[in-house]
Design a protein around this ligand. Structure first.
Ligand code: BTN
Length: 257
């Protein structure tokens, strides 16, 4: 895989054999020092990996990518932070496309899916200062060479499970850093609409009737896309409705995700 190396994402790069959570480590770095933009912390194993909405993130040692990158997006207002989620999701998609030849999708808001299964989770934690984003910690958990997953995970997959081939973690991480830099730069140079348009192209189940749980009740709507502030747009009984993350949970194969 011949791609130019990222010029600031992953520089410096701190690799820890084991840590509680690379996001927690990165957050403490930003409060105790002034790390330069692009600083990345990766680990071989996380003992207390963090997921979205208070969930955990688990993975076997030495088989996956657990990384957190520190950004200082001075060009993005706190109210526009959705563009960071889109750029990071697209960077993971592009990284995977470089290694896998099956379609990759983004399940709103930022889970990366292959064949209805989750291959990557993204946890972005922003430290705000008024209307500005002081730091954004971009946490990425990418399942690479793990074949067996705990029974209680609803729908995990990995590169190895999809491709029947182990791949080099360092090379995958370099590819990831390359695309993260590429898409982060796009948020500076392009109008956010262009990143938004590309995100919609990869949206999982776009145009398809899909079931959700909302306040304990099932709701079915056709996924139309995502609006400029990251709300999911659904066509429900002929009229359009928008939902925030946490308001609705998608149901796939009878599992609430
Ligand atoms: C999700 O719930 O889907 C988000 C999972 C994010 C996991 C990554 S692994 C690296 C970084 N450190 C953490 O503790 N979490 C993120």
């Amino acid at each position: 895989m011949k791609l130019p190396k990222a010029s600031y994402i992953g520089i410096p790069h701190l690799f820890l054999n084991e840590v509680d959570s690379t996001n927690a480590y990165a957050l403490s770095l930003t409060s105790n020092s002034n790390p330069i933009e692009g600083t990345a912390i990766s680990a071989g194993f996380q003992s207390a990996g963090r997921g979205q909405i208070g969930r955990s993130w688990r993975g076997e040692p030495g088989k996956n990518i657990f990384t957190s990158i520190i950004l200082k997006p001075a060009h993005i207002q706190a109210s526009e932070q959705w563009v960071i989620n889109q750029a990071v999701s697209l960077a993971v998609v592009k990284c995977l496309e470089a290694w896998i030849d099956v379609p990759i999708k983004i399940k709103w808001p930022n889970d990366i899916y292959i064949n209805d299964k989750k291959i990557c989770g993204i946890l972005i934690q922003c430290i705000l200062s008024g209307k500005k984003i002081h730091h954004a910690i971009i946490g990425i958990g990418l399942n690479v060479n793990q074949i067996n997953f705990p029974e209680d995970l609803p729908n995990p997959t990995s590169v190895l499970r999809e491709m029947y081939e182990e791949i080099d973690l360092i090379q995958v991480r370099n590819t990831l850093f390359h695309y993260l830099e590429d898409y982060y730069e796009k948020t500076k140079k392009l109008s956010p609409d262009l990143v938004q348009d590309e995100y919609q192209k990869y949206l999982y189940r776009k145009g398809l009737p899909t079931s959700f749980m909302k306040n304990g009740t099932m709701l079915t709507g056709t996924i139309l896309g995502v609006d400029g502030i990251g709300r999911l747009r659904l066509l429900v009984h002929g009229s359009e409705e928008s939902f925030n993350f946490n308001e609705v949970k998608m149901i796939i194969n009878k599992q609430i995700l």
